[in-house]
Design a protein around this ligand. Structure first.
Ligand SMILES: CC(C)(COP(=O)(O)OP(=O)(O)OC[C@H]1O[C@@H](n2cnc3c(N)ncnc32)[C@H](O)[C@@H]1OP(=O)(O)O)[C@@H](O)C(=O)NCCC(=O)NCCS
Length: 188
């Protein structure tokens, strides 16, 4: 079995490596619906606010970044604040080595610690590896949009999967990054 990677919080200096991993999924596949690879510094994933409120992790092996996973808010409106959307990308030649599992184990644990209750994943179909990874972590079908994305001469369906992060007794404490704000500001 391959050596497991080091999973750690990303820093700004990891942005070019993450952009390099992501680019071929944009240019060569329908896994990403983007048309042009984003410039690293303009991406939301590099925003300090984003890291403060959610998570952005990288997997490192032999001093090289081989994948990343992150979460961002599910929707801007206040009632959605316990929900987040996750995503994950590995270097193409590093798939099926357990790196996706290693990243998601840490990502989902940290989101749970932060107080998120629901994690959602949006997956352009077909994508057996991503569906398999999410199911392996307990994500369940939440619905699908049919023929919603057009890329490379074909329509693609998108599946939404969801997972409950904290199976313990339900509370409505705000996710940790919001606790510093007044109830009035976040519309509680
Ligand atoms: C999806 C992805 C992150 C999975 O990571 P990975 O390192 O390849 O997966 P792992 O080897 O850690 O396997 C984890 C689980 O995923 C599932 N899985 C992985 N590859 C699979 C495949 N080709 N088909 C079906 N299930 C698969 C397995 O059930 C596995 O479960 P197990 O650990 O209990 O055996 C990776 O393949 C990837 O980067 N794909 C391209 C980008 C992408 O699709 N991102 C998601 C966008 S929604």
């Amino acid at each position: 079995m391959s050596q497991l990677p080091l999973v750690r919080p990303a820093t700004a200096t990891d942005a070019p490596a993450c952009a390099e991993i992501y680019a071929p999924y944009v240019t060569d596949t329908c896994i990403s619906f983007e048309a042009e690879p984003p410039v690293p510094l303009s991406s939301a994933r590099e925003s300090p606010t984003h890291k403060e409120s959610h998570e952005w992790l990288v997997a490192e092996r032999d001093a090289a970044i081989v994948g990343y996973a992150y979460a961002h808010g599910f929707h801007i409106r206040a009632a959605y604040r316990w929900s987040c959307e996750t995503s994950i990308y590995l270097a193409m030649d590093r798939r099926s080595e357990g790196i996706g599992r290693a990243l998601y184990e840490v990502l989902l644990a940290r989101l749970t610690e932060r107080g998120y209750r629901r994690a959602f994943a949006c997956i352009a179909l077909p994508n057996h590896a991503s569906i398999g990874l999410h199911r392996a972590f307990g994500f369940e079908d939440a619905g699908s949009f049919r023929r919603v994305g057009w890329k490379y001469g074909a329509w693609h369906d998108v599946a939404w999967l969801q997972r409950t992060c904290n199976l313990m007794k339900s509370t409505h404490r705000h996710p940790s990054w919001l606790r510093c704000l007044s109830n009035q500001r976040i519309g509680a």
